[in-house]
Design a protein around this ligand. Structure first.
Ligand code: NAG
Ligand code: NAG
Ligand code: NAG
Length: 305
């Protein structure tokens, strides 16, 4: 299954005892709840209507335990997707935070500076892997989590399953020379210098890929680690049969082309670092040019206490 498919299927998790959760859903943090995780990026209200079609709601988060359970499981599933919709919002009761399932909005875990007071940022995302919350524009399209009813209440009283345990909290690290970015759980290294193909092969040799970039935060992080902002930097974007594709097969969504770029004068993309040329935005360029390049690979995970 390609990474692309991965984003467009219902993800099935096999954790604990599944006896009383519907097929394809995750046994929850308590004996009574089940979650359906949907990887396909969807706006908030559309996500809620998909949850309703599974007799559920976008999930509420009612305790630190449930929050940790969701954050640690979902961080593993969505290493490149730092935000996931939950059911928190201030659109149903304008201005007041509520959950779609009407549970009391009592436990909270807002990130620093959140909830944002920016008007329109009215829907709640769980930030991975940190587990903190942010208020974001409800029209963003993100993966989401429904809480769905268990299939049998009997299972609760007969307690056929052992209680699920909270997974230990993962910690992430990178080899020396690589820089860890917490919102993607990936490690990044800038090397010099090669043409685009050489760069691509080098990144693969060291266990990664020429980097794909999926949002402004990841783009900014990469720019920050370019030493002395020295020279243009190849990224993993190239033009195949006329359309721009990431070499790691992740979908092309976010782009940051410089003014009037791509102009069609090359089939490989770099972060431009020439003064006067809309510096630090992307440019299409001849793939044979010798440039710095940025590799990206998964961080090493360990489970501590
Ligand atoms: C919103 O919350 C405030 C403070 O708790 C409360 O006074 C107000 O009535 C609420 N508004 C609505 C529409 O429920
Ligand atoms: C979904 O939310 C409604 C209230 O909006 C509630 O009555 C219903 O029980 C919830 N369903 C689940 C499975 O939590
Ligand atoms: C990338 O890795 C190389 C080889 O380990 C190292 O020399 C270089 O300093 C690293 N780049 C950055 C920006 O740390």
């Amino acid at each position: 299954m390609s990474l692309f498919d991965y984003f467009f299927v219902f993800l099935t998790l096999l954790l604990g005892c599944l006896a009383d959760c519907p097929a394809g859903s995750l046994r929850g943090s308590t004996s009574t709840n089940c979650y359906k995780v949907v990887g396909s990026p969807t706006s908030f209200l559309e996500a809620q209507s998909i949850c309703l079609s599974h007799n559920g709601n976008l999930t509420s988060i009612n305790s630190a335990y449930e929050n940790l359970f969701l954050a640690s499981n979902l961080a593993e599933l969505f290493p490149t997707s730092p935000n996931i919709w939950t059911g928190g919002n201030r659109i149903i009761v304008p201005g007041n935070w509520t959950w779609m399932d009407n549970r009391p909005f009592s436990y909270t875990n807002w990130n620093k500076g959140q909830p944002s007071s920016v008007s329109g940022n009215d829907c709640l995302t769980l930030n991975l892997p940190a587990g903190t919350w942010s208020a974001q524009s409800c029209s963003l399209t993100l993966p989401f989590i429904c809480e769905v009813p268990s299939t049998s209440d009997q299972a609760l009283t007969s307690a056929p399953c052992t209680a699920p345990t909270v997974p230990p909290h993962p910690t992430y690290s990178c080899e020396s020379g690589w820089h860890y970015f917490e919102y993607t759980n990936q490690c990044y290294n800038i090397s010099n210098a090669g043409n685009w193909q050489t760069a691509r092969l080098y990144c693969m040799q060291v266990g990664g890929q020429l980097a794909s970039i999926h949002n402004a935060a990841e783009n900014g992080f990469i720019i920050d680690i370019i030493p002395n902002l020295d020279g243009d930097t190849w990224i993993g974007l190239n033009k195949l049969e006329g359309s721009w594709e990431w070499i790691d097969n992740t979908p092309v969504g976010y782009t940051d082309w410089a003014y009037k770029e791509p102009s069609g004068d090359g089939s490989c993309a770099l972060i431009n670092n020439v003064n006067g040329y809309d510096r630090l935005h992307w440019n299409d360029y001849d793939c044979n040019g010798i440039r710095n390049f940025v590799c990206k690979k998964s961080a090493m995970v360990s489970y501590g206490k």
